[in-house]
Design a protein around this ligand. Structure first.
Ligand code: NBY
Length: 806
């Protein structure tokens, strides 16, 4: 990648401004600068992009396709500059021109093509794949509307459409000549040939054109540029001439165009509940069908080999079950279009597909109504049916011990198609995303499948890209780390472990402290500018940022805040380190209880933040519209990282890793990757509390625990719940009865009351520990030192050697 001096870079900007925007330096706005700089980067990347693809073809590298309905990439400008080695010169040039780099970069619309952890993981993986020089690409959907924009009005979440493409998106290249056709609906005609083989004809289908838009994925200063290919649904050129007409026909045609364009219209905003919406099924099939066609075309061009060799050159990793129709789709292409017999097609398919599971929550497991798939994808339905028949028959005859479980393992049962079962049966690898999660899959949720296919199951603990989540978002800390241990950690993040030598080094700890203070001040400034609220930068910044869900227990956090408030009201002179509790979270638009929690947080904030009795010791901040860019502001400033899900419910978590990497101390349950964080940093450098996963499962097996009993026996808890139910936090028109009754009459399925006292005691310990700043900083440094293991580089190496065999 070409490098420039500041003078050269400014010259480039000037030239581009003139040619692309017809403006001089004096006339340029922040927006102009953003576009011009993005386009300089894009120009610079092009030769490497072409070269990388040529190399892969020439070397006949095995390639991996990461298929995902979500890529939560956020803004690309800074990370692209960073990876090209141009961030410093760009910053200096922008400043020299009298602008603020952040304001220039903020011109980019945050690309929110994902909901949360699963989508952000896909984005981190792409960064690591390219930075490690692996031949791997992303395939997803170019939603015209990303995840909704959240506004809070009188404490309530309101959703606004996220039309992120209203300005030109400088990172994408439309490739119309690589479009492919995807077919829906229609009828299947079976025809027996003279030799007895079956010919399948697929007629009267609705045809949709999938047009690819490519976004470069730039490796970190290694000249590798991979591709994120996002598909857009458009009307097929043939359709236009057939249907265009006068009067009613014209409107009919418009409706048809609209219904096709809807396929890539918007991202579904659910992050943990599955909804059997037909449009979502269309999106899924659209993604897999377009991608598989594309892979096969390219395989033929590159290798000229028969498709029976596909598995030697291609792995398709599916991000949860959302792209699991890839299994029957690949079967369909191999059989109906390429003439392979079933067994051969099945052999190829089972060696190409690999499946990652991200949840064991039953409400999130995809099960499509049989009828819906039969109507929308008749041929796919036939194939799934046949896969199921063969699978069940195989179980019956070859695995007597599993006979009693056939009905639980079937792909089709009770009129539903179980996508996880399809994904397991149709792939060679099934992985969970943290040790505990994988164990739960093997021992509980997918126990029967594990006994059938022990060799398929494996763990790949999640990771995050340290380039974005440390180097880019926290330059102050990154510099101090480099000053201490040298720059090798940037290429080899496990080398952060050398920081252990500095946990007693006063100058280093002071530097670290200063960076944290600086980040806290920046965040405080942002809070003041966006909400007019002043927070004490000497207070403990306690952060919970993630999607809003009952199992993540933001409710327990706010209960703790109410508890502290009550204590301070009773004893205003209580000696307590001031705390600032920071939340950010989007709730799925139809998730009533989650929205009630948002409302409660706001209501508590409106009381606590303005009560003079508590003398500013407590502040509650809810930051609107949580997205990647907001996370980048909050994470460097976090001191306590709240990871308090009900044990066994959070498959891994990745925010826990981001905050640890920035020196926050985890306050968490023994859930997901928290367990591995604890195993690395040791019990002294993390605050763990609450029920274990086994205890939670035991309670479930025995009908849960008695929330009423706790309510009646602990006056502190009773007081809080009564405040919800008509007390000071539920007075007048604002009521939280639904939250109250959900705990009291549904016996608190997420164990909020059961874990509350241990949580509260842990917070007392946190408060005491924070008073010993040296010890706190030592803990903080220890966490940073161990965070290298949670770089997605480590995760991707494990995928590459363990699953993809790159
Ligand atoms: O995936 C998350 C897990 O909750 C988290 O523990 C893990 O760290 C992360 C990465 O492995 N899962 C997640 O984000 N899931 C979704 O966003 C999601 C999206 C759509 C649907 C279900 C879940 N859906 O059914 O449509």
């Amino acid at each position: 990648m070409q490098q420039y001096t500041k003078a050269e870079f400014i010259k480039l900007i000037e030239d581009k401004l003139r040619r692309k925007r017809s403006k001089t330096m004096e006339e340029a706005t922040e927006n102009d600068l953003y576009f011009v700089i993005a386009s300089i980067v894009q120009d610079n990347v092009m030769p490497d992009w072409l070269e990388t693809q040529k190399e892969y073809t020439k070397n006949r590298n095995k390639q991996v396709y990461y298929l995902s309905m979500e890529f939560l990439i956020g803004r690309l400008i800074e990370s692209n500059l960073l990876n090209c080695g141009l961030l410093d010169v760009a910053n200096e040039s922008i400043q020299e021109m009298g602008f603020n780099p952040d304001k220039v970069y903020n011109q980019e619309h945050d690309a929110a093509l994902g909901n949360g952890g699963l989508g952000r993981l896909a984005a981190c993986f792409l960064d690591s794949i390219a930075s490690l020089g692996y031949a791997g690409h992303g395939a997803g959907i170019r939603y015209r509307y990303g995840l909704f924009e959240q506004r809070i009005i009188h404490g309530n979440q309101v959703e606004l459409p996220d039309y992120w493409l209203k300005n030109e998106y400088p990172w994408e290249t439309r490739k119309p000549d690589e479009s492919v056709e995807v077919q829906f609906g229609g009828r299947v005609i079976e025809h027996t040939r003279r030799d007895g083989s079956l010919e399948i004809q697929y007629v009267d289908t609705d045809k949709v054109t999938a047009v690819p838009y490519d976004v470069p994925v730039i490796g970190y200063q290694n000249e590798v540029v991979n591709t994120l290919r996002l598909w857009s649904a458009e009307i097929s050129p043939y359709d236009r001439s057939i249907h265009a007409g006068a009067g009613a026909q014209y409107y009919h045609h418009l409706e048809h165009v609209h219904s096709i364009e809807q396929i890539s219209g918007f991202l579904y905003p659910d992050d943990s509940t599955y909804e059997g919406k037909e449009l979502r099924l269309k999106q899924q099939y659209f993604l897999v069908s377009a991608t598989i066609k594309n892979i096969i075309n390219k395989f033929r061009d590159d290798h000229g080999l028969p498709l029976s060799k596909l598995a030697d050159y291609i792995t398709i990793q599916i991000n949860d079950t959302h792209p699991s129709l890839g299994v029957p789709e690949l079967m369909r292409v191999l059989m109906d279009e390429e003439g392979y017999p079933w067994d051969d097609a099945w052999d190829v398919t089972r060696h190409v597909m690999a499946y990652t599971n991200h949840t064991t929550l039953s409400e999130a497991l995809e099960k499509w109504p049989e009828d819906m798939i039969r109507n929308l994808l008749p041929r796919i339905y036939m194939i799934i049916h046949e896969i199921n028949e063969r699978f069940c028959i195989g179980l019956y005859y070859d695995h007597e011990e599993l006979r009693p479980h056939i009905k639980d393992m079937a792909i089709i049962s009770n009129g539903q198609i179980h996508m996880a079962h399809l994904a397991i049966v149709g792939s060679f690898s099934v992985n969970g995303v943290a040790k505990l999660h994988t164990e739960i899959l093997k021992q509980k949720e997918m126990k029967n499948f594990y006994s059938l296919y022990p060799e398929k199951f494996n763990n790949k603990t999640n990771g995050i890209t340290h380039r974005r989540w440390l180097l880019q978002v926290n330059p102050c800390l990154s510099d101090k780390i480099t000053d201490a241990i040298g720059p090798q950690w940037i290429h080899e993040p496990h080398k952060l472990i050398s920081l252990l030598r500095y946990t007693n080094d006063k100058p280093f700890l002071d530097d670290m402290r200063q960076c944290k203070q600086h980040s806290k001040e920046l965040l405080a400034k942002y809070i003041y500018e966006t909400q007019g609220l002043k927070v004490d930068t000497g207070s403990i910044f306690d952060v919970q940022i993630k999607r809003l869900h009952e199992y993540k227990r933001q409710l327990m956090n706010i209960f703790h805040i109410i508890y502290l408030y009550n204590e301070l009201k009773d004893n205003p002179n209580m000696d307590m380190t001031p705390r600032t509790f920071i939340f950010a979270a989007k709730a799925a638009p139809s998730y009533h209880l989650a929205k009630e929690v948002i409302k409660l947080i706001h209501h508590v904030a409106s009381v606590v933040n303005f009560d003079p009795d508590i003398k500013g010791k407590l502040k509650v901040v809810f930051l609107e519209n949580y997205n990647v860019s907001l996370a980048e502001k909050i994470i460097p400033a976090a001191e306590v990282s709240e990871q308090i899900s009900t044990a066994s419910k959070e498959a891994s978590g990745t925010g826990n890793m981001k905050m640890m990497m920035n020196g926050a101390i985890t306050c968490g349950t023994l859930d997901g990757a928290n367990i591995e964080i604890r195993d690395f940093v040791g019990d002294d450098n993390i605050f763990i509390f609450g029920l274990t996963s086994d205890e939670v499962h035991d309670y479930y097996a025995n009908g849960g625990y008695n929330a009423q009993e706790i309510y009646h026996s602990d006056p502190r808890i009773k007081r809080i719940l009564d405040q919800l139910n008509g007390g000071i936090f539920g007075k007048e028109e604002i009521e939280f009865k639904d939250l109250f009754y959900n705990i009291m009459s549904h016996n608190d399925p997420y164990f909020v009351l059961k874990d509350f006292v241990p949580y509260l005691e842990t917070h007392e310990l946190i408060e005491r520990s924070y008073r010993h700043q040296r010890d706190w900083q030592r803990m903080s440094a220890t966490n940073i030192a161990h965070s290298g293991k949670f770089s997605s580089d480590r995760t991707i190496r494990e995928y590459a050697t363990g699953i993809w065999k790159l």
